[in-house]
Ligand binder design. Structure first.
Ligand code: SIN
Length: 536
């Protein structure tokens, strides 16, 4: 059990939407303080982006090591390309040790080397400071948190339940703020109204807006869209992070090849680089095209490396670049990266031997709901919406600036899950209002899903072609026109249909796509992950 974040005098009812690291961590904190928590999640409890996170969690455990903390702060600021909120970065780095110890207390088993934790490095980190559980860190964290949640007395897990919209005064409840949530029970097809004294949105990102993503199928921007419809502000949506090294395959959710592999010496080469490397007796790094983009080569920050891969593939016409590991110690690699090794074997590739074909894929939403230092969701980028918090990938705290430093996301998630919980525990709302049922007048069962499937394909193609790694004003304008049309089409279906998962997700994805495109169009400079070739 996580240590209590404070003492509660009232027992309030809190709904947490999403069962990744942020949602489960907050659930345990709130429950430990005596609150009743209902976690609603779209698929099974473990079906989250956290579960797919490979690399690890960055953080300094020793609070007295000011130098190490300052170095983590500096790397984060550098990666964020000048627009991180330094107060937030400092706060997250300083609270890292305590929160990681909370994870250890729940039973998360990070890799050790003797008495100490084994630490790895990823792009943009100047030191080894990332704790990991081989190459499946997120799965280990999900395992431990879900086990603790299952053993708790006051946390109810509602699986296969999809949040649809937040219930507010405009829906007939007397008080200001968010008072509950309408959900679709995916097993029964029934809509349900759940009252809540507070709602924590922890629904993760929206990688399924693009044709290739490292995200699980649940990442469709549901929480962000729902909160925006309820009046929440969002910011920095133009900064969407593409991971440089997803395995090249026809799969729309290609397997991620963790950046930790480059931290251990893996190098990116293009076709010519590979030929030249094979001809000579040099190490592969000398032949990497990434050196044209940064002196750090394959270990530069993710924005730079993903753009380098994208540009190189466009120039050469190749579908992928190559990740080279044959110059590294095979035993060490296989011990550290067993999941990657076994996945590569499925493709008749061998870690430490074969060049691995990789290409960028949509990975992480750096922008998100505008939140304050206690994770309260803001409207007009200023005033908290009573009872509404945003934690994890869905929230934009200011930590990541214009480009997230690798392995800072799991850390940010636990720090802000804790901050949201502590804030609610010290300022509980316990009004127990009843909430109205979902109004289904004049709606009918959706007979044909084919138009939704087509609209979703159009949406993904538009985002891939026009709102990808490299953008231009004409392409963004084209995307905007297409998104307006899709919005009209989806709205027509929405107004006359009983919601289904496909319809809800499409409506949410279109909403989030509009936020990303609008933010990208409004930017007058290239920074971090936003790169518009008309602005060079
Ligand atoms: C990776 O393992 O490369 C991904 C980790 C992250 O996105 O921070």
């Amino acid at each position: 059990m996580l240590p209590s974040a404070g003492t509660s005098v009232h027992m309030a009812k809190v709904v947490i939407v999403g069962s990744g690291i942020a949602g489960l961590f907050a659930a345990l904190k709130l429950e430990a303080a005596g609150h009743e928590v209902n976690v609603i999640t779209k698929q099974r409890p473990q079906d989250s982006s956290t579960n797919w996170a490979q690399g690890g969690i960055a953080g300094i455990l020793d609070k007295t090591d000011g130098e190490a903390m300052q170095s983590h702060i500096n790397d984060t600021l550098l990666s964020g390309d000048g627009i991180c909120d330094e107060v937030i970065v400092r706060c997250v780095v300083e609270e890292a040790g305590d929160r990681i110890r909370d994870l250890l207390a729940v039973g998360v088993d990070f890799e050790k080397e003797g008495e100490d934790f084994h630490l790895v490095k990823e792009g943009g980190h100047s030191e080894r400071r990332i704790l990991h559980a081989k190459d499946a860190t997120g799965a280990e964290i999900e395992r431990a948190l879900n086990m603790a949640v299952a053993q708790s007395r006051n946390i109810t897990m509602s699986s296969h339940t999809l949040g649809v919209d937040l219930i507010q005064r405009v829906h007939g409840v007397p008080k200001k703020g968010v008072k509950g949530i309408w959900c679709l029970c995916l097993d029964s097809g029934e809509m349900k109204a759940i009252p809540a004294d507070a709602i924590l949105i922890a629904t993760g990102g929206c990688g399924h807006l693009w044709e290739r993503t490292t995200n699980p199928s649940v990442s469709t921007g549901d929480g962000l869209a729902m909160a925006v419809r309820a009046g929440a502000s969002n910011k920095n949506m133009a900064f969407f992070q593409f991971h440089p090294t997803a395995l090249m395959s026809r799969n729309k959710t290609p397997f991620l090849i963790t950046e930790a592999l480059r931290g251990e010496g893996g190098v990116l080469l293009d076709d010519d680089g590979l030929i030249n490397y094979r001809k000579g007796d040099d190490t592969p790094d000398k032949h990497s095209f990434t050196l044209e983009f940064s002196d750090l080569g394959s270990l530069a920050t993710r924005d730079i490396v993903a753009r380098a891969c994208d540009q190189r593939m466009k120039v050469t016409g190749a579908d992928n670049v190559w990740l080279i590991t044959d110059h590294l110690d095979k035993e060490k690699l296989r011990n550290h990266f067993p999941n990657i090794e076994s996945k590569l074997n499925e493709y008749n590739l061998s870690l430490g031997v074969d060049p691995i074909p990789v290409a960028p894929a949509a990975h992480y939403m750096v922008g998100g709901l505008s939140v304050d230092i206690n994770a309260r969701v803001l409207q007009n980028n200023a005033d908290p919406i009573p009872g509404l918090y945003g934690i994890g990938e869905v929230a934009c705290t200011g930590m990541h600036g214009a480009n997230r430093l690798a392995s800072n996301s799991l850390l940010e998630a636990i720090v802000f899950a804790d901050r949201a919980s502590r804030h609610f525990i010290s300022n509980p709302i316990n009004e127990g209002e009843s909430v109205p049922n979902w109004r289904a007048d004049g709606t009918h069962r959706l007979i044909e899903h084919a138009p939704l499937v087509r609209d979703l394909e159009t949406l993904r193609k538009t985002m891939t072609d026009d709102v990808g790694i490299v953008r231009s004003f004409s392409r963004l304008n084209r995307a905007k026109r297409m998104l307006d049309l899709l919005e009209t089409e989806v709205d027509l279906i929405w107004r006359k249909s009983i919601p289904t998962r496909e319809l809800i997700e499409l409506r949410n994805l279109v909403e989030v796509a509009k936020q990303i495109t609008d933010d990208a169009m409004s930017r007058t400079e290239n920074r971090g992950l936003h790169y518009n070739k008309d602005l060079i």
